[in-house]
Design a binder for this molecule. Structure first.
Ligand code: ATP
Ligand code: MG
Length: 385
């Protein structure tokens, strides 16, 4: 058993006033679930949590898992000892480098400790200088900051660095959203960003089998599986658009294909979302990225739904989106070369500025469109993620 502990800090929850308890209870559950199966003890204190009594070989795994819990701000790997000053000093000396500049930064949440934080800084600084004369003190821009945290439960923690965590709000505190998950780069990032604000996700994927392959669908499932690291309860629902696309292809002008398909996607999403208790739709649209993402195009696709549609990437450049995709681990899968249903019957010149009037006129050529939607929803498949 290691004498190391992991100190966890949470961020924005402080802003939540009386609701803080609600947010914190969900955060604690999320941490417990994330560390489920790893032998360790969790201590939930005021303003700070601690993971203790774990096997050394599990340390990195615990850190990696905690970095995927939304609502956590940062963590530090610390060494633990008791209140004895000699013990604290020798632990401090053991973690200090031999040369360079340093500062001791003590905190005393146990207020009855005989030395206050200023005295602790001084005494420990002196002991360190005695043991390592090549070091010098620099209070303003030191190379090394030694943090010493005197806790109420008889423990003292000594640590140097902090690691940034995912931030955001605890997953599950921000309502339920239906994520339109393609196999592309953008939509997993859009889902991640909403989940980071606490929104619980259900994924909806459209395919056009046999025009699109089984592998294309598998790719979207793989992306959902990666999102599961952050969204533990994510489920995946797959809907076939084949018949709808064939019908549009048969009845409507070719350059309306994408606009009309998107309107069907949105209608289906709203209906599926209502059944599954999702209060909004999330997609990965980014303004002007492609023809279907101009203001005019978004206006006509948005016109068929009444629920809010969240587009967290709307103002982001592709490079920024890719950066997040790499960081959350979806990028490599997203760039695998499988076709999306939007590429089926792709027109040479998609509309950039569709008008609602003309789009509705084209759509009116499809006689049985309500039945097509119903049929697509009836045949929805729930896939294990
Ligand atoms: P992505 O945007 O995920 O990288 P993409 O660029 O191929 O994929 P776009 O044409 O930009 O897709 O589509 C915009 C958004 O529409 C996607 O971000 C996604 O939310 C939704 N979408 C597109 N195709 C599908 C699909 N096959 N299933 C579910 N949603 C889809
Ligand atoms: Mg896109």
């Amino acid at each position: 058993m290691s004498d190391n502990v992991i100190l966890i800090r949470f961020g924005e929850l402080y802003l939540k006033g009386k609701n803080k308890c609600y947010f914190e209870n969900i955060l604690k559950d999320n941490i417990r679930n994330k560390l489920n199966g790893i032998a360790c003890k969790l201590y939930f204190g005021r303003g700070r949590y601690v993971v203790k009594e774990y096997a050394e070989c599990d340390e990195q795994l615990i850190i990696e898992r905690l970095k995927q819990v939304f609502g956590l701000h940062s963590l530090s790997l610390a060494r633990r000892c008791g209140y004895e000053l000699d013990e604290i000093a020798s632990l401090a000396i053991s973690v200090m480098p031999n040369v360079g500049t340093f500062r001791v930064s003590a905190r005393r949440s146990y207020k009855k400790y005989p030395l206050d934080s200023v005295q602790l800084n001084k005494v420990l600084g002196e002991r360190i200088l005695e043991a390592k004369p090549e070091l010098t003190v620099d209070l303003h821009t030191p190379d090394f900051v030694l943090n010493v945290d005197v806790r109420e439960d008889g423990d003292v923690y000594v640590y140097d660095s902090t690691v940034k965590c995912a931030g955001g709000m605890p997953y599950g505190t921000g309502g339920n959203g239906l994520l339109l998950l393609s196999g592309g780069i953008d939509s997993p990032v859009a889902g991640y960003m909403m989940a980071k604000r606490g929104m619980s996700l259900t994924a909806l994927h459209f395919h056009s089998y046999p025009y699109t392959s089984e592998a294309a669908k598998e790719k979207a499932v793989t992306l959902a599986r990666i999102l599961k690291n952050y969204c533990p309860n994510i489920t995946m629902h797959c809907v076939s658009l084949t018949k709808i696309q064939e019908t549009i292809h048969k009845c409507c002008k070719p350059n309306y294909m994408i606009t009309l398909v998107r309107r069907f996607m949105m209608r289906i999403a709203q209906a599926v979302g209502e059944k599954l208790g999702c209060g909004c739709i999330i997609n990965g649209e980014s303004l002007a990225q492609v023809a279907s993402q101009t203001l005019a195009s978004i206006t006509v696709t948005n016109a068929v739904v009444t629920v809010p549609v969240f587009r967290p990437l709307i103002g982001m450049d592709k490079e920024q989106i890719i950066e997040v995709a790499e960081q959350i681990g979806t990028f490599k899968t997203s760039i695998e070369p499988f076709e999306d249903c939007c590429t089926v019957f792709l027109p040479d010149y998609p509309l950039i500025k569709p008008t609602l009037e003309k789009v509705e006129e084209q759509e009116s050529r499809i006689e049985n469109y309500a039945a097509l939607i119903e049929e697509a929803i009836e045949n929805i498949e729930v896939t294990v993620v």
